[in-house]
Design a protein around this ligand. Sequence first.
Ligand SMILES: C[S@@+](CC[C@H](N)C(=O)[O-])C[C@H]1O[C@@H](n2cnc3c(N)ncnc32)[C@H](O)[C@@H]1O
Length: 214
Amino acid sequence: MRLRKKPRIEEKIREFSHLLVDEPALWKGKWRQLFQNDNPLHVEVGTGKGRFLTTLAQYNPGINYIGVEYMQDVIYYAARKADEKELQNLKLLCFDVNNIREIFQPGEVRRLYINFCDPWPKNRHAKRRLTHHNFLAHYRRILVPGGEIHFKTDNEQLFAFSLNEFAAERAFQLQNITLDLHNSGYVGNVMTEYEVKFSLQGMKIFRCEAKLLD
Ligand SMILES: C[S@@+](CC[C@H](N)C(=O)[O-])C[C@H]1O[C@@H](n2cnc3c(N)ncnc32)[C@H](O)[C@@H]1O
């Protein structure tokens, strides 16, 4: 997804500096101190404009949420939503998921969400998919044993690829797989911006969970 840089975005985003963490590596292993509580930490990678994470944070004050998104123009919208909702349990990082192990220590994250990540359909770009086994190896290190990855997509090929990647990793047990989330009886689904868009077009949503074995 390419967006033209909004004029004055650097300046505008400063309005939300209470939500954005400038040097996240400094908080590695210390996120509890930043949130000032011992609540579990849930992280979304490729947060986009933040509909999903700000809704979860609003309804689950006993969980700390961190959204990781590398496009400043995009994370700006997530920050605006979080600010409107006056969320105390959400922080946003303008950061590349490739380097996620620089900011979370082993076992620090209880749950990780990957929603509608870019499918990168060409094989030569497979390594950029956020469910590629190189990424799974990073996630595996930062998750607590028994921690979970929750994954949603509208893209059947990406879903098939991701199921294989999870299965090949062996450290994960796949569960709650659905090929049509919105007709699956799953309760409590929170839609992302992309999910709203794709489901309005009549597309099916694929979902699975991968649990890190103890
Ligand atoms: C297709 S959008 C989906 C956004 C949102 N999750 C949703 O479902 O509406 C994928 C997002 O992931 C972000 N992204 C892709 N690769 C990333 C990376 N390596 N690090 C951080 N963000 C990334 C993109 O900038 C984009 O905002």
